[in-house]
Design a protein around this ligand. Structure first.
Ligand SMILES: [Zn+2]
Length: 380
């Protein structure tokens, strides 16, 4: 069992009402912190049984390191001792689609996957490139085309936005990657009622007409209020007779909360699957008093087997306008100098630094060279 904690739930002040509606229907199970998992001892390989195919170590191998939550979301320590190599390989294929789907959030937050922080590309061109300068983690933001208006930094309001197109991905594979993570986080006593959901994970030809459940709710919160390693919240309905799904899974990674009902809990199948299911949504939870923020909220339908091509995404993040005015500078290639942030409209690169970072003139001079080199590499 992962080290877990029962914690006070803090909702953003303007969403407290929805938080209490949710908590009157659902009770939280212990919160799982993926970065606390390093102290957990895994079961000896010879005693392992795969949760997803039911086979033991006499029939399948357990040589690979299996992650309960994909490593690309920033989980390094929460490992599983109940996923065989065959299932791991099969489910690992969903992660390519998950990586594309989550790329903007992960790049913005600077989440570390297996290969460290990831770049973000739009139409094949890198637009966010992480790098380290004097021990500070920075991100270079470049415009694919200096004349385009896909990026906007507003120094008066502190609201910044990016528009770019994602690479192609298959929605149902993204959903399966999330579902597999959720099923891996469930305690065994709850998991045993999800055999139908496991069947769905394994099958490639499920009828799309019967896949209405494959949806997620996505909340995004301002950058910087995030937790680098994923945090998992699982909720169980208080009244077993209530006509709502038994479990709601919420995963926080980068600056977003992905939330969905777990489909096909055996008793739910009889109780709720013959009618329209409506259930309350859990607002973003903070484990320390929440900042006064208004999260953005979307419902995303992921039930399609059809590849989504060049989906346009709008990313926005807030920064403190005072910090932005004081510290926001952009690098001008033409003159090899730094200029105030409002010059970004006509200039092709900017650097995102952690808030409260400040650079000396000497550092800015060296930083300009690093940026120039990074930009040169892009052109090749
Ligand atoms: Zn297996």
């Amino acid at each position: 069992m992962e080290p877990t904690q029962h914690l006070l739930m803090h909702f953003p002040p303007n969403l407290e009402k929805y938080g209490s509606i949710f908590l009157s229907a659902y009770q939280p199970l212990p919160v799982l912190f993926s970065d606390a998992g390093k102290t957990v001892k895994l079961k000896q390989k010879s005693l392992r049984v795969c949760r997803f195919c039911g086979k033991g170590s006499d029939r399948v191998n357990f040589r690979k390191k299996a992650h309960k939550i994909p490593e690309l979301l920033g989980n390094r320590y929460m490992l599983s001792d109940f996923e065989c190599d065959t299932c791991n390989e099969k489910f690992g294929k969903f992660e390519n689609d998950l990586a594309i789907y989550c790329a903007p959030m992960l790049a913005m937050q600077g989440t570390r996957g297996k290969e460290g922080r990831r770049s973000l590309a739009s139409k094949g061109k890198k637009i966010m490139i992480p790098f380290v300068f004097d021990g500070i983690e920075l991100t270079l933001i470049t415009k694919p085309d200096p004349d385009d208006d896909s990026m906007d930094f507003n120094h008066d309001t502190g609201k910044n936005s990016f528009r770019f197109s994602k690479n192609a991905y298959t929605p149902v594979k993204v959903y399966k990657a999330f579902l597999k993570a959720a099923l891996s986080c469930l305690p065994e006593v709850e998991f045993k009622y999800y055999s139908y959901a496991v069947r769905f994970l394994h099958e490639d030809s499920w009828d799309e007409k019967n896949m209405d459940f494959a949806k997620i709710t996505l909340h995004t919160v301002p950058m910087g209020s995030g937790h680098h390693a994923p945090v998992i919240f699982i909720y169980k309905k208080r009244d077993p007779q209530a006509a709502i799904p038994t479990h709601i899974f919420v995963m926080r990674f980068a600056n977003c909360y992905v939330q969905f009902m777990l489909p096909f809990y055996d008793p739910d199948i009889i109780q709720i699957y013959n009618k329209e299911v409506a259930y309350p949504v859990c607002p973003p939870v903070f484990t320390t008093p929440s900042p006064d923020i208004s999260p953005t909220f979307f419902n995303v339908d992921l039930h399609s087997f059809e590849k989504q091509k060049a989906e346009e995404v709008n990313l926005s993040f807030d920064t403190d306008p005072d910090i932005l005015k004081k510290n926001g500078v952009v690098y001008d290639h033409q003159t090899d100098t730094f200029k105030p942030l409002d010059a970004f409209e006509s200039i092709a690169s900017a650097v995102m630094a952690p808030s409260h970072t400040s650079f000396t003139n000497e550092q800015l001079g060296r930083l300009a060279k690093v940026i120039q080199e990074l930009n040169e590499k892009q052109k090749i």
